[in-house]
Design a protein around this ligand. Structure first.
Ligand SMILES: [Zn+2]
Length: 143
């Protein structure tokens, strides 16, 4: 990776913040009430698709989406706002451990040898940060 560590860390912070922002917005009902709990899906035989909804034991569940494909419905329910926010929080903890700090981390050399104690200094980018960036869409063109 040719990007400077600070550039990549700033890019990752923006990418995580963007996901947190939209997950936080999606977690609030149209009435402005923060909602918790995993989203669920239910087959809608009449419409021929799947209704994604927030669970509400005291009222009719509020739909948040309708999709025709079962795989899309499953994907949405597995990536509900609470799940996304948990993932973002975990990724920020990984960045605290691996971003812009002196530490050792497993890394492969140019010959493919795994050195479990590779030393990284301030400004270096370790493999954990690279993998996190990849998961948020960091592309070869941005390197
Ligand atoms: Zn590391």
């Amino acid at each position: 990776m040719t990007a400077q560590g600070g550039d990549l860390l700033a890019w990752l912070d923006r990418a995580i913040s963007e996901r947190e922002r939209w997950a936080t917005v999606a977690a609030v009902s149209p009435m402005g009430v923060p909602e918790g709990g995993a989203w669920q899906q239910r087959r809608d035989e009449h419409r021929g698709g799947y209704r994604i909804f927030r669970p509400d034991p005291e009222a009719t569940p509020e739909s948040v989406a309708f999709v025709f494909g079962e795989s899309a419905a499953m994907h949405i329910t597995l990536n509900d706002p609470d799940s996304v926010l948990r993932r973002c929080a975990a990724d920020r903890k990984l960045l605290e451990l691996h971003g812009d700090r002196c530490h050792s981390c497993p890394a492969k050399s140019a010959t493919g040898y795994l050195d479990e104690w590779t030393q990284f200094d301030y400004g270096d980018v370790c493999p954990v940060v690279e993998l996190l960036a990849d998961s948020y869409g960091w592309t070869e063109g941005e390197r």
